[in-house]
Design a binder for this molecule. Structure first.
Ligand code: CP
Length: 333
């Protein structure tokens, strides 16, 4: 398996399924308060170039629950790429920490970080993909249906970075993926072609349309995301005009999906914009289960990627140097 988790396309369907299986076990262990300190005394450097609630909190809590520690570096707080090269930052953090989680504006910067980091790097979002969110989304779907292959997932809205990784993981794992969006906001040809290659192997179906009614008519799960994000402030009016009202997930649109269909959103949501209150707060909505699952997914990712490379730090060894340390400390008193 790859050392770093920054791109769904780096992983086989089997590896992704194993990460989903691991998430289920770690979640169960955590709920039963039976999770051991799998990352005992490990440190995770967390770099954020953009704000975050779920990603920041889930990785930080996950490290604590696994017996380790996380260091949050907020936007603008460290030298990354400004007063120091990304490569130098990566090498320094690799000397002090056991892993790096990063939310970076540009995916090319993530690739640079990975190039110089000797410890595993886990993506918390770039302008290309949100692979941690997408793994969580498929785990959430699996939790609800006990199956993955053949599940119908309908995405209504913009082809965001989160959309890209959701399309990749769905097409790798054999979900049928329907997307409805205005032509201008549909996926780039390069993204779609990669997904179609995945689909050919997995047997998944990919349908991109401008018709949200047609797209939801197939749905076991209806998914939407924000219509604009940080850096798109100048496009708000243009985007609102393109999506509203046709692509809003409201009660009327949800009624066209099967009665068992669930509503998903990676959050944060702009309520009564891409989704109405009466959908996001309805019985069909699983958005807060999905948000909670970020924690369990991050635990699985941390165990899988950092746990594998972590040097032996068993508690059984922790006292062997105490006498020697005490002897030297005595010289200081
Ligand atoms: N879904 C997600 O990544 O949320 P945050 O932006 O709050 O981290």
């Amino acid at each position: 398996m790859k050392k770093d988790y920054i791109d769904i396309q780096d992983f086989t369907a089997e590896e992704l399924k194993t990460l989903i299986e691991l998430t289920g076990i770690v979640k169960k262990a955590s709920k039963e308060r039976a999770l051991s300190d799998l990352l005992y005394k490990a440190s995770l450097a967390m770099i954020f170039e953009e704000p975050s609630t779920r990603t920041r909190v889930s990785f930080e809590v996950a490290m604590t629950q696994l017996g380790g520690h996380a260091i949050y570096m907020k936007p603008g707080e460290i030298h990354l790429g400004a007063r120091e090269t990304i490569g130098d930052t990566a090498q320094v953090l690799s000397r002090m920490c056991d892993g790096i989680e990063a939310r970076l504006l540009k995916h090319k910067d993530m690739v640079e970080l990975v190039k110089y980091a000797s410890v595993p790097v886990i993506s918390g979002l770039t302008d290309y993909q949100h692979p941690a969110q997408s793994l969580c989304d498929i785990f959430t779907i699996y939790e609800n249906t006990r199956k993955i292959k053949g599940v119908n997932l309908t995405f209504i809205g913009d082809s965001t970075e989160n959309f890209n990784s959701l399309l990749f993981i769905s097409s790798k794992l054999g979900l049928n993926f329907y997307m409805a969006s205005p032509k201008k906001y549909q996926p780039k040809e390069t993204i779609l072609n990669e997904a179609l290659k995945n689909a050919k192997e997995s047997g998944s179906k990919i349908v991109i349309t401008e018709d949200p009614k047609e797209a939801v008519s197939h749905a076991d799960f209806v998914y939407t995301d924000l219509w604009w994000w940080v850096g798109q402030e100048d496009e708000v009016e243009e985007r609102r005009a393109a999506f509203m009202p046709k692509y809003q997930v409201n009660e009327k649109l949800m009624k066209l999906a099967s009665p068992h269909a669930k509503f998903m959103h990676c959050l944060p949501a702009s309520r009564n914009t891409e989704v109405t209150d009466n959908v996001i707060d309805s019985e069909q909505s699983i958005v807060f289960d999905e948000a909670e699952n970020r924690l369990h997914t991050e635990m699985a990712l941390l165990v899988a990627f950092i746990g594998k490379t972590l040097k032996a730090r068993g508690k059984d060894k922790e006292n062997i140097y105490d006498k020697e340390i005490d002897r030297v400390m005595e010289k200081l008193s």
